[in-house]
Every structure is written in structure tokens, then in C-alpha cells.
Design a protein. Structure first.
Length: 83
């Protein structure tokens, strides 16, 4: 059974993240709305097939410039909400 989640970002150029995990809590799809298209496609492909908790561990706390968050950090927050 798939688990789909939509997260509305805060403090980033992207405005929304759609995440899907499978029954084993493995990420099967990530789609960002807005933001830096090439970088976000790269992040999406890198986390595909990764355990949700491992992705949180790797992405949480990443900052973009002087901002207190980033698109990867927002993805970690979206994944955390899926608990």
C-alpha cells in the first residue's frame, strides 16, 4: 500500500512537495512544485529508493544561503510528517 503526502513548504522557492512511500517506508516518488528545477530533480532521483528515515537523517538541517531552511530540509520535514 502506498502512502502519498502533500507538504506545503515554508521559506523556500519551491511551494509544494508531493511524496510517495511504499509499504516498507521506502520513497518511491518525490515531486517539487517551483524552485530550482534541475537541483530538485536531482534530489528527487537521489532519494528515490531510499528509506524514509535515512532521507530525513541526511537532509534535515540543510540551509540555503542565509535562510534557516532549504528545499532538502523542507523535504525532510515532509517525510517526518508521514510518521
Amino acid at each position: 500500500m502506498e502512502n502519498k503526502h502533500t507538504y506545503y513548504t515554508r521559506g523556500t522557492c519551491s511551494t509544494q512537495i508531493d511524496v510517495t512511500t511504499d509499504e516498507n517506508d521506502v520513497i518511491t516518488d518525490v515531486t517539487f512544485t517551483g524552485g530550482c528545477n534541475g537541483n530538485l530533480q536531482g534530489i528527487s532521483r537521489l532519494v528515490k529508493g531510499m528509506d524514509r528515515k535515512e532521507a530525513i537523517r541526511r537532509l534535515e538541517g540543510i540551509r540555503c544561503g542565509m535562510k534557516t531552511t532549504s528545499c532538502p530540509d523542507q523535504l525532510s520535514r515532509a517525510l517526518r510528517e508521514m510518521e
